[in-house]
Design a protein around this ligand. Structure first.
Ligand code: C2E
Ligand code: CA
Ligand code: CA
Ligand code: CA
Length: 278
């Protein structure tokens, strides 16, 4: 420890040891989980607001961690990012989603767009473009059916590089969506330079839509902005009829949320894919 400005710093506190030990255990378990095939993709339906029909699916990773049941990504994606394991997990996700899409269309089910989340660490170099290209070629999935979701904060992290990355992804014929829009302070001029086909309004704005005038204004403004730039708008976290009605009234294109369905395992997605497309 060192005395500075009257406060004492101890670098090897017991809490710190526990924290880093937990983190190392988590990383080891993640690495093992990849080898043991412990991950699964769930899919959440996205609904075309005007027709009420299925407009797409978002893939969301789950981890069957031995002894812990089904673990949600909020509990391990950050650790995967920090350890660099996200590259391997991201590759697994892209392969799983594209092969699942190909399986569904081989079974004669309606081919809707499938969105895959790509995190900031996966965007630090261009290798994710190769990963996407390989997954598409390997699976035979139609690139136009695939959509990559990057968060607004990822896009703003290193705009030059991410713009280049997104253009390469776009050149494969793959769509690009900006996730968690409204939380990342993006500049509009930058947004215009990205090949984005879709904005996803963060669920924090959707939750209080009916009660909070500011959130309502942000949502209205985002829809108008997206449309003026030729983008579709998806609202996430739609839980109530009231929220849906507001979104419909203001021309939002697609809704995703518990009002329609939770993220579901593939077996339960099949019947959604039997509905006619919008
Ligand atoms: P996200 O991309 O913003 O995904 C939406 C999250 O909102 C999902 O949580 C979903 O289950 C949840 N959600 C959907 N509808 C509702 C609703 O009506 N109300 C509420 N309160 N929540 C709703 P999930 O599946 O736990 O995923 C959390 C985050 O983990 C995702 O946020 C995404 O950032 C990340 N993630 C998930 N799968 C992947 C993946 O394959 N790769 C990467 N890099 N990140 C992933
Ligand atoms: Ca997402
Ligand atoms: Ca989101
Ligand atoms: Ca979010």
């Amino acid at each position: 420890g060192k005395l500075e400005g009257g406060s004492r710093y101890t670098f090897y506190s017991p809490e710190m040891n526990t924290w880093s030990r937990d983190r190392l255990n988590l990383e080891a378990a993640l690495r093992k989980g990849l080898g043991n095939d412990e991950f699964e993709l769930f899919y959440q339906p996205q609904i075309d607001i005007r027709s009420g029909r299925l407009a797409g699916l978002e893939s969301l990773i789950r981890w069957h961690r031995p002894g812990s049941g089904l673990v949600r990504p909020d509990l391990f994606i950050a650790a995967a990012e920090e350890s660099g394991l996200i590259t391997n997990i991201g590759e697994w996700v892209l392969n799983a989603a594209t092969h699942q899409a190909a399986r569904w269309s081989a079974d004669g089910l309606v081919p809707v767009p499938i969105a895959v989340n790509v995190s900031v660490r996966q965007c630090t170099d261009m290798s994710v473009v190769d990963t996407i290209r390989h997954a598409l070629r390997d699976s035979g999935m139609d690139p136009r059916q695939l959509k990559i979701e990057v968060t607004e904060s990822t896009a703003m992290h290193d705009p030059e590089r991410v713009a280049e990355l997104l253009h390469r992804i776009h050149a494969l014929g793959v769509g690009v969506a900006v996730d968690d829009f409204g939380t990342g302070y993006s500049s509009l001029s930058l947004l215009k330079r990205f090949p984005i086909s879709e904005l996803k309004i963060d669920k924090s704005f959707v939750i209080d839509l009916a009660e909070d005038n500011d959130d309502a204004a942000i949502v209205r403004g985002t829809i108008a902005l997206a449309h003026s730039l030729g983008m579709r708008v998806v609202a996430e976290g739609v839980e109530t009829e009231l929220q849906l009605r507001f979104l419909a009234r203001h021309g939002c294109n697609v809704a995703q949320g518990f009002l329609f369905a939770q993220p579901l395992p593939t077996a339960e997605i099949r019947h959604w894919l039997k509905m006619p497309p919008p």
